[in-house]
Design a protein around this ligand. Structure first.
Ligand SMILES: Nc1ncnc2c1ncn2[C@@H]1O[C@H](COP(=O)(O)OP(=O)(O)OP(=O)(O)O)[C@@H](O)[C@H]1O
Ligand SMILES: [Mg+2]
Length: 323
């Protein structure tokens, strides 16, 4: 693990005559790295094949270091298209793209979700989807869940579909409570799909992942999970939660994994503290060492003081040892 620190200006009065550890002369530094401090330079020029994890405080120059590392890797002969920079928000991806110098043109910069979407489009048939599949809207999701509730009620002989629809009064009150139940299931499904073991084997989504919460463990919940995911597939749709878990499913398919690993030589992640365990599994799958295959290096930068703690969706920061 390396740490970065911005250079602290030394007051003139206490400035030593000769620094104990003088920085290397500018001419020995790789082109474009003149402004970096010693820690940053060490991170940028660390061996390319391994896993490098850098934690540093806000504003310490983590993104700057990442940008220089991507550029340095290309300067050392890696094909720009084989260098992948991942981040979380579209805003962060746009900023990263804007900070890459022309020498790094062609480096792939995108969000985790965008990268997963590209992978899913390339291998859509493996998931039983058309290549031009769409992302479902919230309204489409609610409608699928509503249909599932209705179907369940029918199969149960017309009874109510769970506590939220019990004791219906007027028609308006009834449809309000059905909507509320649909939203609860929508939220539960979304959260379940983010669980580390949420990636379905072979693309089939018969069962919600273990530990997805009480709501999906009931008979009704299991029915809705199945009906909802079948409905998405039949309509040629995926939802946001499917992006990462289907990407993981694909990456566990040998020929897809081989194609992906053949394409990349280095993966860099900005804002690593925002990575969840599913995203970590994706990066590990891309960078997994295969006998006889080329090595895919990984560099991550993050700030462990910025880890989320209170969100119900938050997952623990993956420890460095898991990389
Ligand atoms: N060695 C340096 N010399 C001069 N400026 C630097 C140096 N390192 C970082 N900076 C400047 O400090 C500012 C913050 O850098 P950067 O955005 O890379 O930090 P960060 O650690 O990624 O911040 P955040 O935690 O907000 O993501 C930028 O304007 C950057 O150019
Ligand atoms: Mg940054």
């Amino acid at each position: 693990m390396a740490s970065l620190a911005l250079p602290t200006p030394i007051p003139a009065a206490s400035r030593p005559e000769a620094p104990l550890c003088p920085p290397p002369p500018a001419r020995q530094r790789p082109a474009g790295c003149e402004q970096l401090n010693e820690d940053q330079l060490r991170a940028v020029t660390a061996p390319a094949d391994g896993a490098l994890i850098i934690f540093a405080p806000a504003g310490a120059g983590k993104t700057l270091t990442l940008v220089h590392r991507a550029t340095w890797l290309v300067g050392r002969g890696l094909a720009a298209a084989s260098v992948l920079c991942l981040t979380f928000s579209r805003k962060a991806a746009a900023e990263l793209r804007g900070r890459l110098p022309p020498a790094a043109a062609g480096v792939e910069v995108c969000t985790f979700h965008a990268w997963c979407l590209r992978l899913l489009r390339a291998f859509a048939a493996e998931l039983g989807r058309p290549a031009g599949f769409s992302l479902s809207s919230s309204a489409q999701q609610i409608e699928l869940i509503r249909q599932a509730l209705e179907e369940f009620q029918k199969q149960q002989g017309g009874g109510t579909a769970g506590p939220s629809t019990a004791g219906t009064g007027t028609q308006a009150r009834k449809s309000q409570s059905v909507m509320a139940a649909c939203r609860r299931f929508q939220r539960a499904i979304g959260e379940a799909k983010l669980l580390p073991d949420g990636a379905p084997a072979g693309g089939a989504s018969d069962k919600a992942p273990a530990a997805s919460g009480k709501l999906l463990e009931t008979e009704l919940g299991a029915f809705i999970w199945r009906h909802y995911n079948d409905g998405l597939r039949k309509a040629g749709l995926v939802d946001m939660g499917d992006l990462q878990r289907f990407a993981l499913t694909l990456l566990r398919t040998p020929h897809v994994a081989a194609a992906v690993r053949g394409r990349y030589r280095h993966v860099l992640i900005d804002e690593y503290q925002d990575t969840n365990l599913q995203q970590l599994a994706i990066v590990r799958a891309i960078c997994a060492k295969e006998p006889g295959a080329q090595t895919v290096g990984v560099t991550v930068v993050g700030d462990d003081d910025q880890v989320w703690g209170s969100s119900t969706l938050a997952v623990p920061l993956p420890p460095a040892s898991m990389l």
